[in-house]
Design a protein around this ligand. Structure first.
Ligand SMILES: *[C@@H]1O[C@H](CO)[C@@H](O)[C@H](O)[C@H]1NC(C)=O
Ligand SMILES: *[C@@H]1O[C@H](CO)[C@@H](O)[C@H](O)[C@H]1NC(C)=O
Ligand SMILES: *[C@@H]1O[C@H](CO)[C@@H](O)[C@H](O)[C@H]1NC(C)=O
Ligand SMILES: *[C@@H]1O[C@H](CO)[C@@H](O)[C@H](O)[C@H]1NC(C)=O
Ligand SMILES: [Zn+2]
Length: 504
C-alpha cells in the first residue's frame, strides 16, 4: 500500500503537468487572459473625457466590449458608483489612437518588426487599431492569397485590432477580377507608390494604373492611398563618393528628394480625381495622400482641389512635425525617411496647416528594418533603409511638440482617432459614444519623461528610433481594446486578443 502510494504520486503529477501543458497549447486564450480586468461590465471615471461634444467630467460605462453609456458627473454619478469603477481622476480618457499607416512586416520580415512586437508597442502607446501597409512583408499584400497569408500570420499575435491595406501594383491594376478579389477578401482600400518603393515585389504605379483602381474602388466605397513622389529628370541622383557630396550629410539626401517630387505627383493625382470623364471623385472614389512632407506647393495643390470639391484627404507624420533638416546630425540615419524631413520653416507651415484643418490626420509611418540596414556605423544616408520607428511614442510626440501651437485634446482625438476611423471605414471606432467599441486610452498629459534605454520600448528594435534622448510629455496609463484592458501601468494582458479587421 505504502509502496503504491509513493510510486503513483509522481506519476500522477507528471500526468497532471502534461494535461496543463496540453490545455495551454491547445486552447484559445480564455477571456480572463485577454484583459487585466476580471470583469466585462465596469465604469471608467475621468474628469477629462474627450467626446465629440467636447470634454466632460463623468464616466464611460463599458459592457461586453462596447461603450454602453457616457454620463456626466453632475446628474449621474450616484447611480454608477455601485458597480466596478476604475477612477482615473485628472488623467485624460480619449478614444484609442488609430494608426492608418504602420508597417508590421509579417509574414516574411518578422525580424524587422512583426505583429506581436508591433501591436505590443501600440498598446503601450495608447493605440487600439493599426492598419497595416501592404509592403515590407514578404510577399506583399497584392492578392486574395497574400492577404490570407497576412491574416494567418496575425493569429493570436495581436494586442490591438489590425486592418490591412491592399497593394496596387502594375501586375493587378488592369486585372479587374484580381483587384475585386482582393477587395472582397477584406482589404480596407488600396495603396500604391508613384516612385520606386524600395521593395522588389512592390513596383510603382503610374496614373493609368491609379485610374483603373479608382473606378473599382468607387464601387466598393474604399479609398486609394498614394505615396506621392515622382522621380524627376531634373533631379540628378547623387552617387555615393562622387567627390562632391558627402553621403553622411543629411543635406545630400535632401537634394535627392526635393519638394518638387511631391508636387509633381500631387499635381498628377489632383488632375486625375478632378477629371470627371475618368471616374475619380465624380464616381465616389476617394484619394488619400499619405505622409505629406512638403508644406508649400504640394499643400496648395491639395487645398485648391478640395475647394473645388475633390474628395481628397491628407495625412502627415509626427517626424515631420517634430524634427527639421537643420538639426539632423551627420550620419544619423535613424532620421532617414521618404519623403524626407524638411527645413524648420516647412515644419512650422505643416503645423499651421494641421491646426487650420488643411491636413486631416496623422499617422506614424512606423517603418522599421533590421538595424544592419540602417547602416548606423557608416552613416550613409543614400544607402540606409528609409523609415522611422515611432509607433509607441506618437501620442506624447504629437502632444509635446504641438503644445506651443496650442493643440487641444479634441484636435488630438480628431487627428488620431475620428478621421482615421472614417478613412478606414471603421464606423464603430474613433469616438467615445454609446454603441462604439470600447477602444480607449487613459493618459497623463503633464507627466514628463526622457526617452532613454531604460524606458520600456516594445518595438522589435527598441533603440533604433529617432526619438531616443528626447524629453516628452504625456504618459500612457491604460489602453482598452474592445473593453479588454490590454495594457496598464507597464504591464500587458497575458494574451494577445486583438482581431484582424476585414472589410465586408
Ligand atoms: C488576373 O488575376 C487572376 C487571379 O486573380 C489570374 O488568375 C488571371 O490569370 C489574371 N489575368 C491576367 C490577364 O493576367
Ligand atoms: C502605365 O504603365 C502601363 C504598363 O504597365 C502602360 O501600359 C501605360 O501606358 C502607362 N501609362 C502612363 C500614363 O504612362
Ligand atoms: C539606465 O539605468 C541604469 C541602471 O539604473 C543607469 O545606470 C543608467 O544611467 C540609466 N541610463 C540613463 C540614460 O538614464
Ligand atoms: C542598442 O542596444 C543594444 C543592446 O543594449 C546595444 O548593443 C546597441 O549598441 C544599441 N544600439 C544603438 C544604436 O544604440
Ligand atoms: Zn509607409
Amino acid at each position: 500500500m505504502k509502496f503504491l502510494q509513493w510510486s503513483v504520486l509522481p506519476l500522477l503529477s507528471i500526468l497532471a503537468s502534461f494535461l496543463v501543458l496540453y490545455m495551454k497549447t491547445s486552447s484559445k486564450p480564455s477571456n480572463s487572459d485577454c484583459s487585466l480586468l476580471p470583469h466585462d461590465h465596469y465604469w471608467i471615471y475621468s474628469k477629462l473625457i474627450v467626446t465629440p461634444e467636447g470634454i466632460i467630467n463623468g464616466a464611460v460605462e463599458v459592457k461586453g466590449g462596447s461603450i454602453v453609456s457616457v454620463v456626466k458627473q453632475e446628474y449621474q454619478l450616484g447611480k454608477v458608483k455601485e458597480g466596478h469603477v476604475l477612477d482615473y481622476g485628472e488623467a485624460v480618457l480619449m478614444p484609442g489612437l488609430i494608426d492608418v499607416h504602420s508597417h508590421l512586416d509579417e509574414p516574411g520580415r518578422a525580424e524587422w518588426e512583426g505583429f506581436f512586437s508591433g501591436t505590443k508597442a501600440a498598446a503601450a502607446g495608447g493605440l487600439t487599431t493599426l492598419i497595416d501597409m501592404p509592403l515590407n512583408s514578404a510577399p506583399s499584400t497584392v492578392s486574395e492569397e497574400t492577404l490570407k497569408l497576412k491574416v494567418d500570420a496575425a493569429q493570436e499575435k495581436l494586442y490591438v485590432d489590425v486592418g490591412f491595406w491592399g497593394g496596387l501594383v502594375p501586375d493587378n491594376a488592369f486585372n479587374k477580377s484580381s483587384l475585386e478579389g482582393l477587395l472582397r477578401a477584406g482589404v480596407l482600400g488600396l495603396k500604391s507608390f508613384m516612385c520606386p518603393s524600395g521593395i522588389n515585389d512592390f513596383p510603382m504605379t503610374n496614373s493609368s494604373h491609379i485610374k483603373e483602381a479608382l473606378h473599382i474602388l468607387a464601387k466598393y466605397k474604399r479609398p486609394i492611398l498614394i505615396h506621392a513622389e515622382i522621380e524627376l529628370d531634373s533631379v540628378s541622383p547623387v552617387e555615393p563618393n562622387d567627390g562632391i557630396d558627402d553621403v553622411r550629410s543629411y543635406s545630400t539626401y535632401l537634394k535627392t528628394r526635393p519638394p518638387s517630387m511631391e508636387e509633381a505627383a500631387i499635381r498628377e493625382l489632383v488632375n486625375l480625381v478632378q477629371d470627371t470623364t475618368v471616374g475619380g471623385s465624380a464616381e465616389g472614389a476617394h484619394l488619400h495622400i499619405v505622409h505629406l512632407s512638403d508644406a508649400r506647393a504640394s499643400l496648395d495643390l491639395i487645398k485648391g482641389a478640395r475647394t473645388s470639391g475633390a474628395s481628397i484627404t491628407v495625412e502627415t507624420c509626427p517626424h515631420y512635425l517634430a524634427f527639421s533638416s537643420e538639426q539632423i546630425p551627420d550620419g544619423d540615419t535613424r532620421f532617414k525617411c521618404a519623403p524626407p524631413i524638411r527645413d524648420a520653416e516647412n515644419k512650422q507651415i505643416l503645423w499651421e496647416a494641421l491646426m487650420e484643418g488643411h491636413i486631416d490626420m496623422l499617422s506614424s509611418d512606423h517603418s522599421p528594418s533590421v538595424p544592419e540596414l540602417k547602416l548606423l556605423d557608416k552613416g550613409d544616408f543614400l544607402k540606409a533603409w528609409g523609415g522611422i520607428s515611432s509607433l509607441q511614442f506618437v501620442l506624447p510626440v504629437t502632444w509635446s511638440y504641438g503644445r506651443q501651437y496650442g493643440v487641444t485634446l479634441n484636435q488630438l482625438s480628431s487627428w488620431w482617432s475620428e478621421r482615421p476611423a472614417k478613412l478606414a471605414g471603421q464606423g464603430l471606432k474613433g469616438a467615445i459614444v454609446s454603441g462604439n467599441h470600447a477602444d480607449l486610452v487613459v493618459w497623463e498629459p503633464e507627466t514628463e519623461f526622457e526617452l532613454d534605454e531604460n524606458h520600456s520600448i516594445y518595438h522589435k528594435h527598441p533603440n533604433i528610433t529617432a526619438y531616443m534622448g528626447t524629453k516628452l510629455s504625456g504618459k500612457v496609463l491604460a489602453t482598452f481594446v474592445r473593453g479588454n484592458l490590454v495594457y496598464s501601468k507597464g504591464k500587458h494582458a497575458p494574451a494577445a486578443c486583438g482581431v484582424p479587421i476585414l472589410a465586408k
